[in-house]
Write a protein that binds this ligand. Structure first.
Ligand SMILES: NC(=O)c1ccc[n+]([C@@H]2O[C@H](COP(=O)([O-])OP(=O)(O)OC[C@H]3O[C@@H](n4cnc5c(N)ncnc54)[C@H](OP(=O)(O)O)[C@@H]3O)[C@@H](O)[C@H]2O)c1
Length: 340
């Protein structure tokens, strides 16, 4: 084992702990635990930053599809410095990041000063990204990157035509707008926040449209062909509208479900326009794809406006921010500094 003197098993660390009472009710508090309480793992990391994602809000509020084991520390993202490692791939002092897998689901996560995880979950911080930038991106950036990769593999290029991003002021949405615009795509941003048009244009959106424009409930099998491609973070009737509005040969990457998990469609968009509906799974995507996308996010895909997207919070502020993200109230990305 390689180790630094920075930690002993009795050392305490701060965290946001969710506990379940005997009646099943959940409560959330900033508290301390000792390093010995961490789950087993090959690599102990002192967390520099985590970030807030919609899935974290589901974990904090006890969504059984995300978290079943309590007491629990949420936080599906973390970056920081390796303190000790039993795996030769990582040494004390290495800067690393972890997103997805089981982190923050049923394994204690990044809303803490330390995480301990299997070495296979850990990525060396790619050259070109600071720790802070890696968490402005976080799971949201990886998801936007996977979606862009999926569209590009299906031939959606900047010259193909307009690409729609739904839920555009959210974490995945705002990063998708920024990355696509940075690469020269003509991005149309759909939002429910009328006051954020200027923000979306600053990120590079060519046009901003209202959420209602992408919410057709007429049941028509096909709608006017508008989009060469789309990145959808909303799901439900929005995703159904997008599929029916794709141009011939277009593709949509389905990332989210904030607007519903049901999908009402006929096969006509697939048979008559040859469109593609591609699913995105950032939590369990293969390591090789993860490394490829993070390499791009640190290099040619890295938008210049990352800092414009970021606001910073400490652990104490998280319960209010969780409530806000559950109600679609967040703009851009919330960086979590557990030492604040
Ligand atoms: N597949 C994956 O691997 C993956 C990875 C990350 C996230 N996700 C999913 O992607 C979604 C977005 O995650 P996030 O972390 O970016 O969340 P977020 O920051 O809260 O963004 C969601 C955005 O969607 C819009 N929205 C919220 N409620 C809506 C509603 N009822 N109808 C239509 N639009 C609504 C809002 O943007 P506007 O106000 O601008 O419309 C909101 O800011 C979530 O469902 C999450 O679970 C999936």
């Amino acid at each position: 084992m390689t180790t630094s003197q920075a930690s002993t098993s009795t050392e305490k660390f701060r965290c946001l702990l969710v506990t379940r009472g005997e009646g099943g009710e959940l409560s959330t508090a900033v508290t301390t635990r000792s390093l010995a309480d961490l789950p087993p793992g090959d690599v102990l990391v002192r967390v520099a930053y985590s970030s807030l994602n919609y899935k974290d809000a589901l974990s904090v509020t006890g969504h059984p599809g995300v978290t079943r084991k309590f007491p629990h520390i949420p936080g599906i993202d973390a970056c920081g410095t390796v303190v000790r490692s039993t795996d030769g791939r990582f040494q004390p002092g290495d800067q690393v990041l972890i997103t997805g897998r089981d982190l923050g689901q049923n394994t204690w996560g990044g809303f803490a000063e330390y995480v301990q995880v299997p070495a296979d979950w850990v990525l060396t911080l790619p050259a070109g990204l600071s720790l802070r930038e890696s968490m402005v991106l976080g799971t949201a950036g990886l998801t936007a990157g996977l979606a862009l990769r999926a569209l590009a593999h299906r031939g959606v290029q900047p010259a193909s035509g307009e690409v729609l991003v739904t839920g555009a002021t959210g974490g995945v949405g705002s990063l998708a707008v920024a990355i696509l615009a940075h690469l020269g795509y003509a991005v149309v941003a759909s939002t429910g926040k009328h006051s954020e048009q200027a923000f979306l244009k600053q990120l590079g959106a060519a046009r901003v449209i209202s959420r209602e424009e992408v919410h057709d409930t007429t049941g028509k099998p096909l709608l006017a062909a508008r989009w060469a491609g789309a990145i959808d973070t909303v799901g439900g009737p929005t995703l159904s509208t997008v599929v029916r509005s794709l141009q011939r040969g277009g593709a949509v990457a389905a990332c989210g479900l904030v607007g519903g998990a049901e999908l009402s469609l006929t096969v006509y968009p697939f048979l008559l326009r040859g469109v593609d509906l591609v699913g995105i799974d950032s939590a369990e995507c293969p390591q090789r794809v993860r490394e490829e996308v993070w390499g791009n996010l640190a290099g040619p895909w890295k938008p210049a406006c990352l800092e414009l997207l970021a606001c910073e919070a400490g652990l104490e502020q998280l319960p209010a921010l969780v409530d806000s993200i559950l109600h679609g109230g967040i703009r851009g990305r919330v960086l979590v500094d557990p030492h604040r």
